[in-house]
Design a protein around this ligand. Structure first.
Ligand SMILES: [Fe+2]
Length: 502
């Protein structure tokens, strides 16, 4: 679809802004109940010489294909349990409840890169390779065919040599482990086949869960020049319940519980040696997205979005979200309660963990809030992004995020972590997606470039736009209006490697 440009899109931006997210919640009479469950929809804003075109496609995952063929929900997702086939007789139905459901390949969380190829990913053992230009669905890739993991996150890290790092779980008779995986850079001069390739992937470190039957949920991790920091948080997975959850008729998110009787444990792993020797403990906290980590004068500094109430993850049910768009105004009080919980989540939005060894084996940890009270009027922040290519793992000054004054982001924020100064883009009725930074070609400063965000406008029919902000001033340079409704998505990347394509 062609778009209508207002203002100016800088002509140096060449490439595609790729975004992923849930896009379909109904099959026949069946409805998904949790926002994370919607069928993956891929979006591409192709930017070239000041013009923008938009395209989208549903991921043809097995889940999507099966659900479409049967016109009902066949595959269980995170918050929605697929019911047994109603055509089976009562005995078959009874036994079908004893089978452990297959993991979903509905990879609706992020676009990620391994060995030069694009994949869409979620938090199971499956990813899907995709064509970043046509958005065509390619092979299903099973992590467990390459390394001994049962799942991997949707937030890998990339080092400057081209290797990709991720984390995944494994469990067996010796316990539950959090594994750090390294996928090597693409081989130089090797003839590149058009197929999946995770060959050479290795587990470089296995961290044993502090309690085997109750491992922690994790969504991402951080990587500095020499370390990987993994946060073992008090959001616990009950493995016994996980095995039994179909019998109990519970969906997956109900086997995750926030248990603040546990401490938060920070595992530091030297990513060159794979060694993790010390556990650093802190008060219970909940985190989905970390921002950056870097080493400075013998300290490791880690910035992250976190909060003290991990109950929020259950709140992204579609029932709650529909309340938020005003469909059920009579339930506004219930929504306010929900919103208060978000404020408590965001009250310690960002912290720095500073560690100092006082005695051998003993570590004192503290944190600093990176914001002042000004942030509270924007409801705290999530979806943090930085100038990743140049500053990930290194001392940095700026990050970009969505302010969450609403259940969904309703502002864009730029934070200066040196001065705690905030710059804000916010207009009523506009809901921005995760802001992604793109550096200008001859950038000399960290914030020399633009920030891209997709803005949905649910109060208006068929009007969504790609917003281009000057990253330095955080003011609008231009927008590309698309005459369609686009669902609120999750994460995305800018693919600047396709200058000559259309
Ligand atoms: Fe995420």
């Amino acid at each position: 679809i062609t778009t209508t440009i207002k203002g100016t899109i800088p002509t140096w931006i060449n490439g595609s802004f790729l975004r992923n997210g849930p896009g379909k919640f109904e099959f026949g009479e069946d409805r998904y109940t949790h926002w994370f469950d919607g069928m993956a929809m891929m979006h591409r804003f192709h930017i070239c010489e000041g013009n923008v075109t938009y395209s989208s496609r549903f991921l043809r995952s097995d889940s999507y294909v099966l659900n479409s063929e049967r016109n009902r929900i066949v595959v269980s997702e995170f918050g929605t349990l697929a019911m047994p086939d109603p055509c089976k007789n009562i005995f078959a139905r009874f036994f079908s409840r004893f089978t452990i459901p297959k993991a979903t390949d509905n990879a609706g969380v992020n676009f990620v890169k391994y060995k030069g190829d694009y994949y869409v990913s979620t938090e199971t053992n499956y990813m899907r390779r995709v064509d970043p230009q046509s958005l065509e669905t390619k092979e299903k890739v099973d992590w467990s065919q390459y390394v001994a993991v049962n799942a991997a996150t949707a937030h890998p890290h990339y080092d400057r040599d081209g290797a990709t790092y991720n984390m995944g779980n494994s469990y067996g008779t010796s316990g539950f482990f959090y594994n750090i995986i390294r996928v090597p850079p693409p081989e130089e001069n090797a003839a590149k086949e058009d197929s999946e390739d995770l060959n050479g992937a290795q587990v470089i470190c296995s961290i044993q869960a502090s309690e085997s039957r109750k491992p922690s949920y994790f969504h991402s991790f951080v990587m500095s020049e020499n370390y990987i920091v993994f946060v073992e948080q008090p959001i616990k997975l009950d493995l016994l319940k996980f095995m039994l959850y179909r019998i109990a008729g519970k969906s997956f998110h109900k086997v995750m519980t926030w248990d603040p009787t546990y401490e938060t444990i920070f595992h530091l792993v030297n990513r060159h040696t794979g060694k993790s020797e010390v556990k650093y403990c802190a008060a219970p906290m909940f985190t989905l997205h970390q921002i950056n980590a870097f080493e400075d004068s013998g300290f490791l500094v880690m910035d992250m979005c976190c909060g003290d109430d991990g109950e929020v993850i259950a709140d992204y049910t579609l029932e709650n979200l529909r309340r938020d768009t005003g469909e059920e105004m009579d339930k506004v009080n219930a929504f306010r309660l929900l919103q208060q919980k978000y404020f408590s989540y965001n009250s310690v939005s960002v912290c720095i963990i500073v560690q100092t060894k006082t005695n051998p084996g003993e570590v004192y940890m503290t944190h600093e809030e990176l914001h002042d009270d000004e942030l509270l009027q924007y409801g705290g922040l999530e979806f943090p992004q930085i100038n990743y290519d140049q500053y990930n793992g290194r001392p940095y000054r700026y990050f970009y995020a969505c302010g969450f004054g609403h259940v969904f982001g309703d502002s864009l924020l730029k934070m200066d972590v040196h001065t705690k100064e905030l710059k804000v883009w916010r207009y009523p009725g506009f809901f921005p997606s995760e802001p992604v930074f793109v550096a200008s070609p001859r950038a000399t400063e960290e914030d020399d470039g633009v920030v891209l965000s997709v803005i949905i406008t649910p109060r208006e029919e068929k009007s969504t736009f790609l917003l281009v902000l000057d990253a330095k001033t955080f003011t609008e340079l231009g927008r590309a209006e698309v005459p369609v409704n686009i669902p609120y998505g999750t994460h995305g990347v800018f693919n600047g490697m396709e200058q000559n394509s259309t």
